[in-house]
Design a protein around this ligand. Structure first.
Ligand SMILES: [Zn+2]
Length: 302
């Protein structure tokens, strides 16, 4: 009996050891989910996390209210696989000495990403704070007086990532750089489809708070106007709404061959959904006309 037990233990150890050898990732090609798991592990380190969270917990409550994550939210806490786990990294972390290398491997910097493992989302607070500033909109991150543009932007990002998590999508990033290692047309097409779905999911969740949805609409119009002006110069058509002069036949060119549609496209889609759901006929008509004049442009490959 004892011998049988010993033999069994030996075989078990042997099997475990060989499994470890088989599963050990080779240097230079760390599989994505292993990098994601390691990043989630590191993100639980309090020293690497942001302490200022703005309205993030309040916004997450609204976004998750009617989902399986309603009441199961974990922000910067110990990983709870049954909850939506959101990790917000400390400001200026990327520039710090000794920052975990896996944060670079898993593309968490300059981004907000659904990791694809353990319902975990990792957000670089530098990205969250600076995106609006980089797009001509100033705002205070810690301003708690009603919903701000910063809040609406957070709701968009987090609602988008929640959409990926709720659907069980593969790992996905909000931003557009360095996401696919080997972009193929099929991969880009699938990625754009998932991104659009995640954006529309965000819109529907945000609509559960009418005031927040209205602030997001205003923010998206501001962002689109900023993009239009950047690409087409100042328009003759000023006023409320999109500063886009269709009489002049100006078009807004956008890239079609990236895995994430450019922001102007994403903003148009999400705003169209909001305008339809909130029965804003004027805005809907304007967006329909605007969408027809968007023109695809292929990215130059070198
Ligand atoms: Zn995404």
């Amino acid at each position: 009996m004892l011998n049988t037990l010993r033999l069994f233990r030996f075989v078990w150890i042997l099997a475990t050891a060989s499994a470890c050898v088989l599963w050990r990732p080779t240097a230079g090609s760390v599989p994505e989910d292993i990098a994601a798991q390691a990043a989630v592990l590191e993100a639980q380190n309090k020293d690497l996390q942001a302490t200022e969270l703005g309205d993030i917990p309040k916004i997450l409550d609204i976004l998750a209210s009617n989902t399986k994550f309603g009441g199961h939210l974990n922000v910067n806490g110990k990983l709870d696989p049954s909850a939506l786990n959101v990790y917000v990294l400390a400001p200026k972390l990327k520039q710090r000495d000794g920052v975990p290398a896996v944060f670079f491997t898993a593309n968490v910097f300059g981004n907000c990403a659904y990791t694809g493992v353990s319902n975990a989302i990792i957000c670089d607070s530098d990205f969250v704070f600076s995106f609006l500033q980089d797009h001509g909109i100033n705002g205070n991150w810690s301003d708690r007086s009603g919903w701000t543009f910063q809040d609406a932007f957070l709701a968009w990002i987090l609602g988008h990532e929640l959409g990926h998590a709720a659907k069980g999508d593969p790992a996905a990033h909000f931003g557009q750089e360095n996401v696919l290692t080997r972009p193929t047309d099929a991969a880009i097409e699938l990625s754009q489809k998932l991104e659009t779905e995640a954006d529309l999911y965000a819109a529907r969740q945000i609509e559960t708070d009418k005031k927040l949805a209205t602030v997001l609409e205003n923010l998206l119009i501001r962002l689109m106007n900023w993009e239009i002006e950047k690409k087409n110069g100042k328009s003759a058509a000023y006023g409320v709404g999109l500063n886009w002069d269709y009489a002049d036949k100006s078009v807004v060119k956008y890239f079609t061959d990236q895995n994430h549609p450019e922001y102007v496209i994403r903003a148009t889609r999400i705003l169209t959904a909001l305008a339809a759901d909130m029965h804003e006929d004027g805005l809907q008509a304007l967006l329909e006309s605007f969408s027809r004049h968007l023109s695809p442009k292929k990215e130059k490959k070198d």
